[in-house]
Write a protein of this length. Structure first.
Length: 278
């Protein structure tokens, strides 16, 4: 259970995970009193369709395989996909302490609006402030219990929800997800600059759809164009965490709801850059 803080006599170590921490004068939201979350990592991008959910789930699987207690907050409220990837259906339960996340077969705790709606096909037709408030509730009302790494799968861009997450949650770092296209430099820098403006460190950049490997000869085919990720990462002085190919087996596992079986070997550096647990 998270401890109380009077903000008067904290040591540096005490305040590292303090629920009353402020940045830029904006107080962070208090997490559920029955939760103890040690690190919060945002998965972000400047545009949609680059595979943030795939990347969040891949990192979660690798962290879980190493014995960490992991959760995923599906903050892409209007386009949630995490529950389906793991085959989670039905409604999340609730009790007097709050909402209980559902748990995947490999032990990852998940909360998503799709676990709170009548069916997974029910559309979310809400305005931005309502969506942003729902994301806050995923932090304040969900009983996560003990989590080492909570990965926040954010919607694309720099709108209401990413801003709410940056301002309201104690984000320890972000991973930027992108794809190999000519406009990627501008898109990555938008995401990077937002994190920089919010004083959140960028842990690295991961590139999705980097290539397709020919099943006959093994040649790497750059169907989405040549990668620019190394030069962009060099300009921003952040590491490249992986170049992930288009792999039909990954897509099949997500479609079948068995993504817990996936170990994305192309993203091993993503685990290495996770902030140390205090």
């Amino acid at each position: 259970m998270a401890k109380e803080c009077d903000n008067s006599s904290c040591t540096k170590e005490d305040c590292a995970g303090c629920k009353e921490k402020k940045e830029n004068g904006i107080p962070k939201e208090q997490c559920n009193q029955f939760s103890e979350i040690r690190r919060v990592i945002g998965i972000v991008s400047g545009k949609g369709g680059v595979g943030k959910s795939f990347m969040a789930a891949s990192l979660a699987n690798q962290l879980a395989a190493k014995g960490y207690r992991v959760g995923i907050m599906d903050a892409d409220v209007t386009g949630p996909s995490i529950p389906k990837m793991y085959g989670l259906k039905g409604a999340a339960s609730a009790d007097e302490n709050g909402i209980r996340p559902m748990v995947t077969e490999n032990g990852i705790k998940i909360i998503s609006v799709n676990l709170l709606l009548p069916t997974e096909e029910t559309p979310v037709i809400w305005r931005g402030p309502v969506i942003a408030n729902m994301v806050k509730q995923f932090w304040t009302d969900v009983v996560w219990e003990e989590i080492d790494y909570l990965l926040v799968d954010m919607p694309p861009g720099t709108g209401d929800v990413p801003l709410t997450v940056f301002q309201s949650l104690p984000i320890d770092g972000v991973v930027i997800v992108t794809s190999p296209q000519d406009l990627v430099r501008m898109i990555v820098k938008k995401a990077y600059n937002m994190a920089d403006m919010m004083h959140v460190p960028v842990l690295g950049i991961a590139e999705n759809y980097s290539y397709v490997k020919c099943p006959d000869c093994g040649k790497e085919l750059k169907v989405f164009g040549e990668s620019h990720i190394d030069e962009i990462a060099g300009e921003l002085n952040v590491p490249v965490l992986g170049k992930i190919p288009v792999d039909p087996e990954f897509a099949s596992a997500a479609d079948k709801g068995i993504f817990h079986t996936v170990q994305n070997e192309y993203l091993t550096d993503g685990v290495r850059v996770m902030p140390e647990l205090s």
